[in-house]
Design a protein around this ligand. Structure first.
Ligand SMILES: CC(C)(COP(=O)(O)OP(=O)(O)OC[C@H]1O[C@@H](n2cnc3c(N)ncnc32)[C@H](O)[C@@H]1OP(=O)(O)O)[C@@H](O)C(=O)NCCC(=O)NCCS
Length: 172
């Protein structure tokens, strides 16, 4: 962990982020983009990173080892004014680095950012058999709020997902 750098992504990370997303997509069935690859052009990824950086309810954090991205977590804030205090969370870590607390550190950083941005809720969905992610989310204070039936389709199979929330409003 000593040599791993954690920081917010910048537009200069766009190309490396595309390479990273193509690698992790092949390593897990639990990500939106799978073995078919992550196909967005570099300019689109740059725009997304910049929009996230400029927004007051979103952030993209990365973990780097020797200049290579090995983990990524994103808080994507809801754009509508009445939902602006909510954001959706997503995360991935390169398989070679699983169970080394990279995910824990990325989530810790993201939750700190969410608090600084005065968000009230972070939500996410996780496929019911994704034990590592469920363990991580529960450890970081997320609670189950329901089941989204047939949410995920991978390997010709529909799977349910657990919907989770972390409430950042300390009065609740
Ligand atoms: C989920 C993911 C981000 C976790 O990253 P990570 O860096 O390995 O996370 P950490 O090491 O910080 O924590 C993993 C936790 O899961 C636990 N865990 C791992 N495998 C487990 C299993 N089969 N059953 C129960 N717990 C498990 C670990 O013990 C650890 O908990 P601990 O810190 O209390 O010991 C990573 O596995 C990943 O990228 N998976 C593929 C993409 C994915 O599923 N993303 C989430 C989509 S919702």
């Amino acid at each position: 962990m000593e040599n791993i750098v954690f920081r917010e992504a910048t537009m200069d990370d766009a190309e490396e982020m595309i390479s990273y997303l193509n690698i992790v997509g092949r390593e897990s069935d639990n990500l939106m983009h799978g073995s078919d690859g992550f196909k967005a052009p570099v300019e689109a990824v740059k725009r997304r990173i910049q929009a996230s950086h400029e927004s007051d309810n979103s952030v993209i954090m990365i973990a780097l080892s020797d200049g290579k991205i090995i983990g990524r977590a994103e808080l994507a804030g809801y754009p509508a004014a009445k939902l602006h205090h909510n954001a959706t969370f997503s995360i991935s870590v390169r398989k070679d680095y699983w169970n080394m607390k990279i995910g824990t550190r990325l989530m810790t950083e993201i939750i700190e950012c969410a608090k600084k941005m005065n968000l009230r809720n972070i939500d996410l969905e996780v496929v019911v058999d994704n034990k590592a992610a469920i363990a991580l989310y529960h450890k970081m204070g997320f609670t189950d709020i329901g089941v989204y039936e047939n949410y995920w389709y991978a390997n010709n199979t529909y799977s349910d997902a657990i919907v989770m929330q972390k409430c950042l409003d300390e009065s609740k």
